[in-house]
Ligand binder design. Structure first.
Ligand code: GLU
Length: 430
């Protein structure tokens, strides 16, 4: 008996299918890996929609006595391999669609490095630079209470992301703990050290960019000593990567952040750049020459590190890039059409879901340490981090060589096999 066609149209119409939108980018990446999934292909549609998405209103009282309302989200894309895991960002451009794409990339990331997690992400559509510290605390606590019913140490564990940090995590941990009546350090990661945080967590993402980038450079015969590096984004990821690459002898020649773009042909004194970097950004530091933002993509360099937001590397910009190696410090910085341009031009790209996985890997260490109430040294953390990333990268590289596919598609192949195997073994229930 043949069954009637099944209508599988989604109600999730907020998600744009435009190929260069975050969700469109993710769907394009899924399409590219599908031919390599063998019989597991029959499960792939489950990863083309989030498991659940919560939209909340976050009203707060401002210092001037007025009320302001912000929209907040927590999206759990997949819980097949373990609890949800992923950061929370505060940014005026946050949308449900963006958070959904970011949650899917977390699913891929945790599976790519084989952490026992699914993928989730949260966000509030707010410009935190316009809030006082008190307003930021009230916003964080109200948002945490609003998503409190779906987060927890065994269900979904938030962490820092764009414009959130250890202090924000401390408020989230405290709010959840007070609301549930028990101190639960394992509900968030990226906490301050004396509240169950982990040594090495702050620098972990930037360190991962360096470790995976150094290995990619070695494999392609690119000497880091004297290599010219351009970095977009000088927050927690870009600044730490800059420091580590400079320590390895590379020259950071261009840096762009929200305040502007600086160029220094001889290479910045990265220590001075770090010291000058405050909430107002790098533009006023007086270091290097100020150039137009768009010229950043034309800078002569060997390694390009997009470490800001999604969708930055368009096909048009990819044609102008002179780097031989692109390291995705940000999540989703490259649109699929730009992937093709880079591949045609022989530029190697280490994708976000492995390149910036150092952060969530040390988040996992933090969570494990919280449960065992036994804390490791920074050296132990870094040794284990480097080992996990190197193992993951080796497996991905072999997969890419075997199928003659990009590192991105190979990473998705490794990750999707793990996720879809979990679905196959667990089965559909109820
Ligand atoms: N926000 C970071 C990321 O995009 C870290 C997430 C985490 O530690 O859970 O990977």
């Amino acid at each position: 008996m043949t069954s009637a066609p099944v209508d599988t149209k989604s109600e999730l119409s907020y998600m744009s299918p435009r190929p260069d939108s975050p969700w469109g980018t993710y769907l394009g990446q899924v399409d590219r890996v599908t031919p390599y999934l063998g019989p597991l292909q029959r499960w792939v549609d489950i990863l083309k929609r989030p498991k659940q998405a919560l939209v909340v209103n976050v009203p707060i009282e401002l210092d001037n006595g007025r009320f302001a309302h912000f929209e907040g989200y927590r999206v759990q894309h997949s819980l097949a391999r373990g609890p949800g895991k992923g950061g929370v960002r505060f940014h005026p451009d946050v949308t449900l669609e963006e958070v959904t794409a970011l949650s899917a990339w977390m699913t891929v990331k945790t599976a790519a490095v084989n952490l026992p997690y699914g993928g989730a992400k949260g966000g509030v559509r707010v410009d935190p630079r316009k809030l006082s510290r008190g307003e930021l605390e009230r916003l964080t606590r109200r948002y945490t209470s609003a998503i409190g019913k779906i987060i927890g140490p065994h269900t979904d564990i938030p962490a820092p992301d764009v414009n959130t940090n250890a202090q924000v995590m401390a408020w989230m941990m405290d709010t959840y703990s007070i609301n549930t009546g028990a101190t639960a350090t394992g509900v968030v990661t990226g906490k301050p050290i004396h509240l169950g945080g982990s040594l090495g967590r702050v620098k972990a993402t930037g360190r991962g960019v360096f470790v995976t980038g150094r290995e990619a450079a070695r494999r392609m015969g690119l000497d880091l000593n004297g290599a010219r590096i351009a970095i977009q984004g000088f927050g927690n990821v870009g600044s730490v990567a800059a420091e580590l690459f400079a320590d390895a002898g590379a020259k950071v020649v261009a840096v762009q952040d929200h305040s502007g773009t600086l160029y220094n042909d001889g290479g910045f004194d990265v220590a001075r750049l770090l010291a000058a970097n405050g909430p107002d950004g790098i533009a006023g530091s007086g270091l290097g020459e100020s150039i137009p933002d768009e010229s950043f993509w034309d800078v002569r360099c060997d390694i390009l590190i997009p470490a800001a937001l999604e969708g930055q590397l368009s096909a048009e910009r990819a044609r102008r890039v002179s780097a031989r190696l692109v390291l995705e410090g940000a999540n989703g910085p490259t649109v699929p059409a730009a992937d093709d341009v880079l591949a045609e031009r022989g530029v190697l790209l280490v994708p976000d879901v492995i390149c910036n996985a150092g952060g969530v890997t040390v988040s996992y260490f933090e969570w494990v340490q919280d449960f065992s109430s036994f804390f490791w040294t920074e050296d132990e953390i870094n040794v284990r981090l480097d080992k996990i990333l190197m193992q993951a990268l080796t497996r991905i590289w072999e997969t890419a060589d075997r199928h003659r596919i990009s590192l991105r598609t190979a990473t998705y192949a490794v990750a999707f096999e793990r996720i879809l195997m979990a679905h196959e073994e667990r089965g559909l229930y109820p």
